[in-house]
Ligand binder design. Structure first.
Ligand SMILES: Cc1cc2nc3c(=O)[nH]c(=O)nc-3n(C[C@H](O)[C@H](O)[C@H](O)COP(=O)(O)O)c2cc1C
Length: 318
């Protein structure tokens, strides 16, 4: 099946389905490869990866499929974003999804080799700046999202409309999408694709501990919360860590005390070691919409079929 949009044309993919770059969960080749082979865009999350591991993952994807894939690079990455940009350039990675920082840092050099450059934004102002700088597309993230939602927590429903009215650049809507009805909603809002994070956490290929996947399946829509304001706020499943953190925030604890608690808990502990009470179980509100862990290719196929069903169910004016 093909569903053609501004984003599928830009990226050369069959379906307007982007797998979100997720630290650890997509920090190897398994999930990105499965999604790209199924007709969506698979994204390797470079954030926590050693350079040699990233190179290996890129090689595995390239040697297994001709389909486009992306590398997600948080520009604040510890251990240097520039060395990752060098690798992306050397490997001629087809798509970069950069988050944090400004696009000037990579645009000229990656455009010179034909890499499609997408930038993650969470406000109209940053969307305009990135579009003016010349990025090829925007990933627009709303407050429902797992990981790092915008500090404003403006919902995806609102921020995507605002950005679609403000710029002429292709948009990938992110945050709160879990099924084909969500995909239809994203396209109705003016996006050319939807990005799915939490949905792909509950995939066979996601590189997270089984206890993490189980926690996502068990969660209901109100079982996430944001913690860590002024510290790089996250949305995560409610657990012992978020309860402690929220109490510190409610009690007006000092920045230093909040920071100590916030940095003690890690996504790595939850993702790799299955510490779903003490770690950061980053996930979006859609955790409450997801009922099963499925192979990623099945998720992609299901999203496309549900999209078609949704269109068929929409009322036509008489
Ligand atoms: C476990 C997890 C890890 C994430 N890691 C990253 C990351 O490394 N880089 C990034 O730009 N966004 C990251 N995100 C945010 C996602 O790319 C995406 O914006 C978000 O998951 C979309 O919302 P959804 O979960 O409602 O689909 C992460 C999200 C989750 C759930």
């Amino acid at each position: 099946m093909r569903i053609e949009t501004s984003v599928t044309r830009l990226l050369g993919i069959d379906l307007p389905i982007v797998q979100a770059g997720m630290s650890w969960a997509s920090s190897d080749s398994a999930l990105p490869l499965a999604v790209s082979r199924a007709g969506g865009l698979g994204v390797i999350a470079a954030g926590p990866m050693r350079l040699a591991d990233l190179e290996h993952a890129i090689d595995e994807v390239r040697s297994t499929t001709d389909r486009p894939y992306a590398v997600n690079l948080p520009l604040y990455r510890k251990g240097g974003a520039d060395e990752v940009l060098d690798l992306i350039e050397r490997k001629r990675v087809p798509v970069l999804i950069a988050s944090q920082g400004g696009p000037q840092r990579y645009l000229a050099r990656l455009h010179a080799i034909g890499t499609v450059c997408l930038h993650v934004v969470a406000s109209e102002e940053h969307a305009r700046k990135a579009a003016d700088a010349g990025v090829d597309g925007l990933v627009v993230v709303g407050g429902e999202a797992g990981g790092h939602p915008p500090a404003s927590l403006v919902s995806t429903l609102v921020i995507v409309r605002a950005v679609a009215s403000a710029v002429d650049t292709p948009i990938i809507a992110s945050g709160g999408f879990a099924d084909g009805a969500g995909l239809a909603a994203a396209l109705a809002l003016g996006a050319g694709a939807a990005q799915f994070g939490t949905r792909f956490l509950a995939s066979v290929e996601a590189n997270v501990h089984p206890a993490y996947k189980e926690a996502v399946l068990q969660a209901r829509v109100a079982d996430t919360r944001t913690v860590g304001r002024e510290l790089g706020m996250i949305r995560a499943l409610t657990n012992e860590f978020t309860t402690r953190m929220a109490k510190l925030e409610d009690d007006g604890a000092t920045h230093a005390d909040r920071e100590a608690e916030f940095t003690r808990a890690t996504l790595k502990a939850a993702a790799l070691h299955g510490d779903v009470e003490g770690g950061k179980v980053e996930a979006g509100q859609t955790a409450g919409l997801i009922g099963a862990t499925l192979p990623a290719a099945e998720i992609v196929g299901q999203l496309a079929r549900e999209y078609v069903d949704t269109l068929g169910r929409l009322p036509h004016p008489s």
